[in-house]
Design a protein around this ligand. Structure first.
Ligand code: PLP
Length: 423
């Protein structure tokens, strides 16, 4: 299926029925699978043959969705997880343990920031945050021989910073380090991180992939383009795994995904639910169409806001004056997605008035689905912070986060215009 365009892969990849089978994958709502022969089951346990034995490790409906995402990313393997956060957690746990450290862009989704800044340190995994716009030399200073990977987001949520792939890929290749990318807000339709040097790609499929705010999920995609063999940074890939019959992961064709599933999915149970895989699989059928529309709508909305006298600033990489426009031209040429932020010319009260006068665009903590939605962090998620603290957190009091949906751009703009007129 890899020779097809992304538009075709969205619709066709992941499930090719055999004669008499359902045209779309069924929901295999079963925890366990029948084997008449104990050797056949043992071979599955030993990874000697493919087959399902327990849904905590693999399931046919989840496998169909995994196959679709892997094909879209041009990669050989993917693992469906319970949520985007479990994808980030499991990816980290696959390579890092107590005493190790990881490098994470400081411009990442708040949940990822908490995981790396608070939760993983309690387990002995140190996180070193870096400014994604810092020169390579500055970032490289944070690396030592216990560093396990560098992670950043293609389009950072909510700062809308576009990742400089060449810079991070260069650092990773100089140090024999894994390059992990959270591609949630770009999706493989707008950017294939593997083409720019990423080794592991992560998604919250709860966002654009499902696209309808209906199913929680995550995905870890293995590009299988990293050589673990003999790399002293990754001893756990080079010594036999006694918890898995002495398997040496570095010897396999997809080492990371195999270790992640065999150890981390097995031990944490954070697998995707079949129902969520089914919903997200169907969502992905229209992903290419939707990403095109999200991007076109967002570019029009950003241009409207940028020209509005009651708006102080707008961040969307489609804008020529945006700091990340050139990077977006390089890595996201087909479109830059629907996420943006802008600053109202006024105080918190004016922002509240604006929000209350929106009629079509709804207030939600969610982003990246078909419906336009908006959030004013200073009066909701960040309301406990002072104005100074808000500035420090990069979330000024006048910041509004807008996720542009696929409604008519005229209607979205009219709604924004009406609410801006009220302040
Ligand atoms: N990564 C990014 C970039 C996100 O925006 C989010 C959620 O908003 C996550 C990861 C976490 O995903 P989930 O909510 O599915 O756990």
């Amino acid at each position: 299926m890899k020779q097809y365009s992304k538009d075709t892969l969205c619709v066709q990849a992941g499930w090719t029925p055999k004669t008499g089978e359902s045209r779309i994958p069924g929901i295999c709502q079963s925890t366990t699978f029948f084997y008449g022969d104990s050797q056949a089951m043992a071979d599955c346990f030993d990874l000697k043959s493919d087959g399902y034995f327990y849904t905590r490790l693999a399931n046919p409906t989840v496998a169909a969705f995994e196959g679709k995402v892997a094909a879209l990313d041009g990669c050989p393997a993917a693992i469906g997880t319970a949520s985007g956060m479990s994808a980030v957690t499991l990816a980290a746990m696959t390579v890092a343990g107590a005493g190790d450290n990881i490098l994470c862009s400081q411009a990442v989704y708040g949940g990822t920031f908490n995981l790396f800044g608070t939760t993983l340190p309690k387990m002995g995994i140190e996180c070193r945050f870096f400014d994604p716009d810092a020169p390579a030399k500055e970032i490289e200073r944070l690396i030592d021989d216990r560093t396990k990977f560098i992670i950043a987001e293609t389009i950072a949520n909510p700062s809308i910073i576009v990742l400089d792939f060449d810079k991070i890929a260069g650092i990773c290749s100089r140090h024999g380090l894994l390059f992990v990318v959270d591609n949630t807000l770009a999706t493989p339709v707008l950017c294939r991180p593997k083409d720019f040097g990423a080794n592991i790609i992560i998604y919250s499929t709860s966002k654009y992939m499902d696209g309808h705010a209906a199913a929680l999920g995550g995905m870890i995609v293995d590009a299988a383009n990293f050589n673990f063999k003999g790399n002293a940074r990754y001893p756990s890939f080079n010594v036999p795994d006694e918890s898995y019959h002495g398997l040496v992961y570095a010897d396999l064709s997809v080492p990371f995904a195999t270790k992640c599933r065999a150890q981390m999915i097995r031990d944490t149970g954070a697998i995707m639910a079949p129902m969520n895989a089914y919903i997200s699989f169907l969502g992905c059928d229209t992903l290419a169409l939707r990403m095109e529309r999200h991007s076109l709508n967002a570019a029009r909305v950003a241009a409207f806001l940028a020209a509005h006298p009651k708006v102080k600033w707008v961040k969307h990489p489609s804008l020529k004056g945006d700091r990340y426009h050139a990077l977006a031209q390089k890595y996201l040429p087909a479109g830059q997605g629907g996420m943006m932020s802008f600053g109202i010319d006024g105080d918190i009260e004016k922002c509240r008035t604006f929000m209350e006068h929106l009629k079509l665009i709804t207030q939600e903590t969610h982003v990246a689905d078909v419906r336009s939605c908006v959030l004013h962090p200073a009066s909701t998620t960040h309301r406990q912070l002072s104005e100074h603290e808000l500035e420090m957190a990069g979330v000024p009091a006048n910041l509004v986060r807008l996720s542009v949906g696929i409604e008519s751009a005229e209607d979205i703009i009219a709604d924004l215009e009406g609410a801006l007129a009220a302040i």
